[in-house]
Design a protein around this ligand. Structure first.
Ligand code: PLP
Length: 339
């Protein structure tokens, strides 16, 4: 989910540089970027990013592959194996003891002192957001291929994992652009890190201009969903979502592990805990007072039996086996305790 945005921003950056330095001509053959002459020029530039892990992975991989100096500022939540993989590719990994917000701020400050550094700003970047939104075009094609209609009689209800909000906001924006108003998007956040929820609540109750953190609510921002461990939402994402987002719900860590096992058993797919948050969506909608109130107020209750529920998840193929087996064990224990 993060890689699509990360790739977009780095490719946009390299394209701008390549045109500026005459390494490629408009409409020309971009394979010229792989020549030693081009790599020498690109190697003078740095690409930096602050991340809980997954955005850093994609930026580090694509930036180093293009020949840039790549620096990834990782928050304390980032998993060791993600940092190791980046180091193996020659990416400089800067480890921060603080949270995501502080890792991003440190990266932004360091980048500001280097005129040859491009900082990929997950809290503020429009290029990232547009990259995330491109997912909507792929989904549009998949739905058409499967003959899934999206209209007033057949609403599409989408449940997306949310960290800082950029990726799910980009996708929601894209889906509303290409599929129209009968797409209804909900964001899913860890119980201890509901930054988008507190942002939306502040906007609704105190007016626009607030920028609360989950710590203000006495929450810890500690979660096994490393990608979603973000204390304060992106204001760019929040502004874009204010008129478009249907709601936000939270998911307990134990539930993430239970979903991870259900996905493995039902589909044979390996996912990360962060990518499991959306699976609570349908039960949240039909089994809670707030969800039922939304169904009634929108009139969707009457057509719910014809609705398509879409849970956004992303693969965890890179997760080392030992780690993944630990996730599965925890999920099975949660399911056994519920049985
Ligand atoms: C697997 C996964 N899903 C969703 C997200 C949420 O993206 P964002 O932080 O842009 O809200 C992340 C963030 O890292 C992630 O790793």
């Amino acid at each position: 989910i993060k890689a699509r945005g990360g790739m977009h921003e780095v490719l946009e950056f390299v394209e701008g540089l390549a045109l500026q330095h005459g390494l490629v001509q408009p409409g020309g053959d971009y394979r010229a970027l792989a020549t030693p002459q081009a790599r020498e020029v690109l190697g003078r530039y740095q690409v930096a990013v602050g991340s809980t892990g997954n955005l850093g992975m994609s930026i580090g991989v694509v930036a180093s592959a293009l020949g840039f100096q790549a620096t990834v500022h990782m928050s304390a939540d980032a998993k060791e194996w993600k940092k190791d993989r980046l180091r193996q590719r020659g990416v400089q990994v800067v480890e921060h003891t603080g949270d995501y917000e502080r890792a991003v701020a440190a990266g932004r400050a360091e980048a500001a002192s280097n005129p040859l550094c491009h900082f990929v700003d997950d809290e503020q970047s429009f290029s990232l957001l547009l990259g995330y939104s491109a997912a909507a075009l792929h989904l549009q094609k998949q739905l058409a291929e499967q003959g899934v209609a999206v209209d007033a009689e057949h609403p599409l209800i989408v449940y997306l994992p949310c960290g800082v909000g950029g990726a799910p906001a980009g996708i929601t924006f894209g889906l509303r652009q290409v599929l129209g108003p009968h797409v209804h998007c909900f964001f899913a956040e860890p119980v201890q890190s509901p930054c988008f929820m507190v942002q939306m609540m502040a906007d609704a109750t105190q007016g626009v201009g607030q920028h609360p953190s989950v710590y203000d609510w006495g929450l810890t921002n500690r979660t096994e969903a490393d990608g979603l461990a973000v204390p304060r939402a992106s204001l760019l994402a929040a502004e874009l979502m204010r008129p478009l987002l249907s709601g936000v719900f939270t998911v307990a860590d134990d539930t993430l592990f239970a979903h991870l096992v259900r996905v493995l058993d039902a589909l044979g797919e390996r996912i990360e805990p962060s990518a499991a948050a959306g699976f609570s969506g349908p039960a949240m909608l039909t089994g809670t007072t707030a969800g039922q109130a939304w169904l009634r107020s929108t009139g969707i209750e009457a057509v719910l039996h014809q609705a398509t529920h879409l849970v956004w998840t992303t693969g965890g193929l890179l997760v080392p086996d030992a780690q993944y087996q630990g996730f599965v064990q925890r999920g099975r224990a949660v399911l056994a305790a519920q049985a």
